[in-house]
Design a protein around this ligand. Structure first.
Ligand SMILES: Nc1ncnc2c1ncn2[C@@H]1O[C@H](COP(=O)(O)OP(=O)(O)OP(=O)(O)O)[C@@H](O)[C@H]1O
Ligand SMILES: [Mg+2]
Length: 232
């Protein structure tokens, strides 16, 4: 298994109140698969993804990604893991506003061990002709394409997407989902994606339904549906 999470617990304490956010999570995803995490607001989706991505640490439990036990890494090793192995895509793009599209991607490819060719990736996301534009000169959908290019250029082992279509309209959302599916096929990138939208689960190999910090259901799709055929 490429991702193997077991008995994962995480709680936050503020004052005297202890909030158990993840309660014994177990999940698995194979290399090259697309996984979707579905669940209501506050159910722990981002917390789980951030722990898998090495942004946050669990209180207990095990997480291995491509054979590496993340919970055993020290802070420097965790930083390297995050920088080299993980691509992140967020709801609000998080591009650097005073850098052009090309420069936003360069800052990542320059610190990557084995980056992909920037122009190839920009072409793959359909943004090659906007390389010299600034983020504010782009639509939301275009900014998300750039943020996917930025995440993909480092050729990550795992692409983590936290509600990548959360701020986009219907058609643009579908084109971003198609793009993620293309990235998965073209580069073999394993993708784990958070969404509120149950319809999106149809494009995933595995769907994890989270409620109040627990996985209440896991669905394995023998047949996945191309993003362009998903409707909601
Ligand atoms: N850094 C933190 N400190 C304290 N509590 C936190 C922290 N991060 C998350 N929480 C709490 O953990 C719970 C789960 O948060 P999380 O962000 O994982 O939810 P989510 O499922 O991603 O929700 P949404 O769909 O709204 O993004 C929430 O109750 C939240 O308030
Ligand atoms: Mg969240």
């Amino acid at each position: 298994m490429f991702i193997n999470v077991s008995s994962l617990n995480k709680s936050y304490t503020s004052g005297l109140v202890r909030n158990e956010v993840l309660k014994g999570i177990g999940m698995k995803l194979e290399k090259g698969e697309i996984g979707v995490i579905l669940g209501p607001s506050g159910s722990g989706k981002s917390t789980l993804m951030n722990i898998i991505g090495g942004v946050d640490r669990a209180d207990s439990g095990r997480i291995s990604v491509d054979g590496v036990e993340i919970s055993n890494l020290n802070d420097d090793q965790l930083t390297d893991y995050r920088r080299e192995d993980i691509g992140f895509v967020f709801q609000f793009y998080n591009l650097i506003p005073n850098l052009t599209v090309g420069e936003n991607i360069e800052v990542v490819s320059n610190i990557s061990k084995a980056p992909l060719n920037m122009d190839e990736v920009l072409t793959a996301v359909g943004m090659q002709d906007k390389k010299r534009r600034f983020p504010r000169e782009l639509s939301g959908g275009e900014q998300q394409r750039v943020s996917i290019a930025r995440a993909v250029v480092k050729n990550p082992k795992l692409l983590l997407c936290d509600e990548p279509t959360g701020a986009l309209d219907y058609q643009t959302s579908r084109s971003i989902l198609q793009l993620l599916q293309q990235v998965n096929t073209k580069y073999g990138t394993t993708i784990l994606m958070i969404t509120h939208n149950g319809a999106i689960a149809a494009m995933a190999n595995r769907v994890f339904k989270l409620r109040s910090g627990e996985i209440v259901e896991e669905v394995v799709n023998q047949m996945t549906i191309p993003a362009e055929r998903i409707e909601w």
